[in-house]
Design a protein around this ligand. Structure first.
Ligand SMILES: [Zn+2]
Ligand SMILES: [Zn+2]
Length: 147
């Protein structure tokens, strides 16, 4: 599901002023199939598609895509950085405390910031980034869970 008008990854790279390269296309592809993947998972999958590619190269690709606004990076507490293609919509995440599963949660009122701060301290607040924590359906089904 794309929130952007342009879905062809080549077009998206060009529109963002980035050169079209196989690693960049592969990472965009992988993120479309696996939103919220971390660098290690993406590097492993990229090797299956591209052959030899270093984790550092994948990291560099992610950084270029993030800087260009094509990819969003977020980092739940206690987790490595995660990446996704869903950018610019101020959505939030719910994270499972037990298995680390992550799902998207739409912005509460559809407009940034969707949470009014009780104190702004004079800041012009533009965004609220919320992480909801709990148990995913699989983990809550197996409660009484032994860790
Ligand atoms: Zn879980
Ligand atoms: Zn997300």
């Amino acid at each position: 599901m794309s929130t952007m008008g342009v879905t062809d990854p080549r077009e998206r790279l060009r529109a963002a002023g980035l050169r079209v390269t196989r690693p960049r296309l592969a990472v965009l592809d992988l993120l479309a199939a696996h939103p919220h993947a971390d660098t290690d998972a993406l590097a492993t999958q990229a090797r299956e598609v591209l052959g030899a590619v270093s984790t550092q190269a994948v990291y560099d690709v992610l950084r270029a895509l993030t800087d260009a606004g094509l990819v969003r990076r977020f980092e739940p507490a206690g987790s490595p950085a995660r990446y996704e293609l869903r950018v610019g919509d101020n959505h939030h995440h719910v994270v499972c405390r037990s298995c680390g599963a992550i799902a998207d949660v739409d912005c509460a009122v559809g407009q940034q910031p969707c949470l009014d701060a009780s104190q702004a301290h004079g800041f012009a607040i533009e965004e609220a980034e919320v992480t909801y924590w709990g148990l995913c359906p699989t983990c809550s089904a197996s409660t009484g869970n032994t860790l």
